[in-house]
Ligand binder design. Structure first.
Ligand SMILES: C[S@@+](CC[C@H](N)C(=O)[O-])C[C@H]1O[C@@H](n2cnc3c(N)ncnc32)[C@H](O)[C@@H]1O
Length: 241
């Protein structure tokens, strides 16, 4: 699917809406999409990819299918086994302290993990450490003021995280999976871009909306608007030599 395009965005959106009933197709499509985004910058065949916080491994499976040597690191066994058997060779490890030597990855990949860590900058530093000079980092996250920022409690998080959680429990009879300040953190686009720009170990290749069909980079340049309209920020960074 051409990225960006309205057709691609609608297809991803439909898959996302059916995520509960058909998670397999939804995640396969997302993984194919991320792989094709990466292929614009680096050939996957033969590349070494470190997938940090890779959950049940749909991205790693797709990268391997496309010829990459992809290694999955995930700290939560429930996430690792959410879709059945964990992906072969998966390592139970925290993204802050990866059991990986310096500079081995052609690509260090993390999809929707940054908003789940308390210290995104340290997490990012570890991703940089394992990436080869000249290699790429793929970092995407849902920012707090995104319409999906509250995850399963969205869009009620706009009225406050506690209120959104209470409403979720009232409506579903279940506790929400995420609690702000415990396993979900309010990450903002402006702050993240400023923090990345001042780093000397990476340069920004692109900062864009991951799923939006048009003006994907322009949106991320408009303070205020970008916090709501981007939905999910995709950063492709290059590790400096
Ligand atoms: C929303 S899931 C995303 C999973 C997968 N990357 C994807 O995009 O489908 C967030 C993942 O981040 C993981 N995570 C949370 N804290 C982490 C940490 N400190 N290091 C690595 N992964 C972490 C969680 O266990 C979970 O698997």
């Amino acid at each position: 699917m051409k990225d960006p395009s309205l057709r691609r965005s609608l297809t991803l959106f439909r898959a996302f809406m059916n995520e509960q009933s058909d998670p397999e197709s939804c995640y396969r499509l997302l993984a194919e999409d991320a792989a094709s985004q990466l292929r614009r910058y680096v050939p996957l065949e033969g590349s070494t990819i470190v997938d940090v916080g890779g959950g049940s491994g749909h991205f790693t499976r797709e990268f391997r299918r496309q010829g990459a040597h992809s290694f999955l690191f995930e700290p939560d066994t429930r996430e690792l086994t959410a879709a059945g058997r964990p992906v072969e060779g998966a390592v139970l490890a925290d993204g802050y302290l990866l059991p990986v030597a310096d500079g081995v990855a052609d690509v260090c990949f993390s999809s929707n993990v940054l908003e789940h860590v308390a210290d995104p900058q340290t997490f990012l530093s570890e991703m940089v450490r394992v990436t080869k000079p000249g290699g790429l980092l793929y970092v995407s996250f849902t920012n707090w003021y995104s319409p999906w920022g509250g995850h399963e409690t969205a869009p009620w998080h706009y009225l406050g995280a506690d209120r959104a959680r209470a409403r979720y429990q009232r409506r579903t009879g279940r506790q929400a999976k995420h609690t702000l300040g415990e396993n979900l953190f309010a990450v903002h686009i402006g702050t993240t871009l400023r923090q990345v720009r001042v780093r000397e170990d990476v340069e920004i290749v692109t900062a864009r909306s991951r799923y939006w069909p048009f003006l994907t980079s322009a949106i991320t340049r408009v303070p205020g608007l970008r916090e709501i309209a981007t939905w999910n920020l995709l950063l492709i960074l290059r590790r400096c030599h």
